[in-house]
Design a binder for this molecule. Structure first.
Ligand code: GCU
Length: 357
């Protein structure tokens, strides 16, 4: 009852009520409601992105067939996408384990182009049997309010009002387009992950592209997976003031006006259903607010229940450091320590993914 009362007090918009006021009654109706949710978040928060199909080409720049003590084949590849203003190119790094048949795939949107990187333990990920593909978000478009550089400059803003989060998310989908021609991967088990702003990006990517079976949103917080109503730490006002270019202009109107939002961030989490979505939170990450993140997954569980899937498997209390709720079809852990993409987080995500394959 403790958590139900807590959620009831927030007065959240109902994920399972259609725009016309009728209730989602059966699992078969969910996809229709899910698309309404994606449309709502497109219009009010992240902006609209160019829709495919896209012509995606690739060019291998360098390849090492015997990397990481011979355990992986690595390649630097340029992804080339045909856009409204010509071909747009960005680089990725792929690592494919050589001793695993049909490895599942993790795509990591990173802050830096390096692999390995302190947010990305490449060798350990390969040792766990996953193929790992990564790219640096600034290579898609710079993290600033200039809308002429990178992919931002390739489409007319009068047609597409996407914010930068939507652009980075779009690029992950183009990487997955490219992966279709790479032999030997398990493309039924692909995850997208990122930290903080790139955790928000991962969630938006998974909501839009159902080819992703898993989203691992690390410390994504405000405008990611944290419920906005009564959130502590960062709120819509701070995020739109400081980095409003991550979103579309409609989002600004909710600054200091959260109660008027026809959605909350549990809509974004639920947009992954029936697929899997998992949150990594950290106890000292008060800017993100680990409890508001938790409440989102708790609230999104209503959809999983309707679909006959497993809800968040948690205690009827707020989480405590080192609690891991991974037995359901959506998951959450609360790590000790600060805002960071740590080995601890990666290990929980890989265990969860393995348990669902
Ligand atoms: C800022 C921003 C957060 C974001 C974080 C990050 O702190 O306010 O919303 O998650 O940067 O991406 O590291």
């Amino acid at each position: 009852m403790f958590l139900t009362n807590k959620i009831n007090k927030l007065n959240l918009p109902d994920i399972l009520t259609f725009n016309d006021g009728s209730k989602v009654q059966s699992p078969e109706q969910w996809e229709k409601r899910r698309l309404e949710i994606v449309e709502l978040l497109t219009r009010e928060e992240y902006g609209n992105s160019p829709q495919g199909p896209f012509k995606v080409m690739s060019e291998v720049k360098a390849c090492n067939k015997y990397e990481y003590a011979g355990k992986a084949e690595t390649a630097e590849v340029n992804i080339k996408v045909d856009t409204d203003n010509g071909v747009f190119t960005f680089p990725i790094i792929q690592n494919i384990p050589t001793k695993v048949k049909n490895p599942p795939v993790i795509i990591h949107i990173n802050f830096r182009p390096a692999s390995p990187d302190y947010y990305m333990p490449t060798e350990e990920i390969i040792d766990n049997g996953f193929a790992l593909v990564s790219f640096c978000y600034n290579d898609v478009t710079m993290d600033n309010k200039d809308f002429t550089n990178g992919i931002a400059g390739m489409y007319d803003r009068s047609k597409y009002n996407w914010g930068k989060i939507a652009m980075w998310a779009w690029a992950v989908s183009r990487v997955l387009d490219y992966l279709q021609i790479v032999p030997g991967l398990d493309l039924n088990n692909v995850a997208v992950t990122g930290h903080s702003r790139l955790g928000k990006t991962s969630l938006w990517c998974g909501a839009n592209d159902t080819r992703f079976k898993f989203v691992f949103a690390n410390n994504s917080g405000c405008s990611g997976d944290a419920i906005t109503r009564e959130k502590t730490g960062e709120r819509v006002k701070q995020i739109t003031n400081a980095i409003g270019y991550w979103f579309c202009d409609n989002y600004y109107k909710y600054a200091d006006n959260e109660a008027s939002m026809p959605f909350d961030q549990h809509f974004l989490v639920a947009a992954m259903a029936p697929r899997h979505v998992y949150c990594g939170a950290a106890i000292e990450d008060t800017w993100a607010d680990p409890y508001s993140q938790f409440l989102s997954y708790y609230a999104a569980s209503d959809v999983y229940k309707l679909l006959g899937l497993k809800k968040l498997s948690c205690e009827d209390r707020l989480p405590e450091p080192d609690d891991t709720y991974a037995a359901g079809d959506l998951g959450y852990h609360l790590r000790s320590g600060a805002h960071y993409y740590s080995r601890y987080d990666w290990n929980r995500y890989m265990e969860f993914m393995r348990s669902k394959i």
